[in-house]
Each structure stands twice: as structure tokens, then as C-alpha cells.
Design a protein around this ligand. Sequence first.
Ligand code: SAH
Length: 278
Amino acid sequence: MTVFANTYKIGIAGDPELPGHRQVLPKRRSTRGYPDVMPDRFFAPGSLDGPVIELSPDESRHMAGVLRKTPGETVVVFNGAGAAAEAVVEAVGKRACSVRIVQVLPTAPQRSPGIQIASAAPKGDRIRWLIEKATELGADRWTPLQLTRSVVDPGDGKLERLRQTVIAACKQCERNRLMEIAAATTWPEWLAEASAHGTVIVAHPTGVLTTEAAERLEVDLRRAGHAAIAIGPEGGFTEDELEAAVRAGALVVNLGPQILRIETAAIAALAWLRLAFP
Ligand code: SAH
């Protein structure tokens, strides 16, 4: 019988008297003294070597104006390219804050397949919602698709603002690598690029069920190590677009009995793949 010192005492590993659902949970790492609360996170692109890093005006505003940090408090900085470091607040000014690096934090090796998502751009604020959730669900990249029935063309200004949404989501969800927002791409271009790099999945109401799709994808996806998902516009993919996808080797997948909005379908597809292939 082993009691893990580094776990919450809600179960004892290997005790045959305990019901099977009693789990021993590993503790979360924390630099703040509480096992389950991570320090506030700030985005600082570039090298995290330090010793002192100046934050951007946006991040300084967040640190000084919103979170009211004071010198000496522990925070985490991440560079958006996969690295993060524990740091202490050095100086606090309204538009100019700095932190002193304490130690670079270890990064977990990536096990699950990389996932990129492409979709017709949804209307209004729904696009921001899609970007936030796709970032949380670990998508590496989002590409706005130019499809026959696309109605929204997100301009460069909007795409730039969406990059701020990615940063905000990465701060909240403890992600150290930013989700890339690609330039608008045509269907043939996207299919060619995506099928050259991995498994392509197209969401469409007449596709195969996710259970069947998972079986078919298991070997392919583990080998390729990368999946690309496409979601159509509110009017759906045209027959020609679906045929082109099948010719490029895509698997057409159904996401359930309801017709989902673009952003809901994107989140459902990402959540399914993330959980089916952890
Ligand atoms: N009227 C369209 C549906 C558009 S919904 C049609 O009948 O095809 C917008 C996009 O979300 C679709 O193109 C598809 O990619 C995805 N989607 C929505 N509901 C879905 C479902 N139940 N299964 C698979 N994909 C779905």
C-alpha cells in the first residue's frame, strides 16, 4: 500500500478496499503557495533569459491598472512560442511594468496530435468567441476559409484584433504557445496544404459518426501526428467543395443530429478530437 506524499489525500493507490472510482490526483504545480491557484500570467514575446523584462504597454496596463500588482509579487511570463518563466514584479508604472526572471519553467512534452482548424468566418462577435474557444481547446492555427457560400470576409484589421483575443485566452488557459491566425485562404489551397501535412476532417451533416471516424483515424492520425478540421459557412459546403475534399483524402464527419452554427461546430469538432486522441 503506497501513500503518495505529493497527492491530495482522497485515495490510497493500490488499496483494494477502495471503490474503483476513487482516484489519487497529482497536485498542480504552483509558485504561489496554493496548490490549485496559478500566478497571474503575462505575455512577453522573445527571450525569457532576463534578468529583467519590460512588459508591453498593453501588458503593463493589465498588470498595473487591472490586477494592481505590487513589486515583489510572483507572476508567470510566457513568450507565446512555448516558453514560460516564474518571475517577480520589479517595477509598476501605468504604461511601463517590468519583471525579474526567477526561473524558466519546464514545458510538458507534446503527446497529442497537433490540430489546426479552418472555417468560414462567423458573423459579428461570434468570430471572437470561436477564436477564444479554439485557443483554449489547443488548436495550433485558425484559417478563415473563402468558400462559395462564405458571407463574412474578416479584414486584416479584424484578424489583427483577434490576435489580442488569442493572447488573452493564452493568459487565462495556461497555454504558452499562441494559436496562429492565418490569412484568408481558398478551399483548393487549404485542402492541398492540409492534406500534405496530415489527416483532413471535414464537418458536414451527412458525414460518418464520430465513433466510426475515430476508429478510422486512429492509425492514420497517430502516424501523421497532425489533423486539420474544416467547418463550412452557414449555407454549408457545396457538392463541388465536398467532392474536392474527398478527392484530397478528407474524411467527412457528422457532429450530431442538430445543425450547429459555425463556431459551435468548430468547438464541438475540436473538443471531440482533443478528447478522443489525448
Ligand atoms: N445548412 C448547412 C449547415 C451549415 S452549418 C448544411 O445543411 O450543410 C455550418 C457548418 O457547420 C457546416 O458547413 C458544417 O461544417 C458544420 N456543421 C454544423 N452542424 C453539423 C453537424 N451536425 N454535423 C457536421 N457538421 C456540422
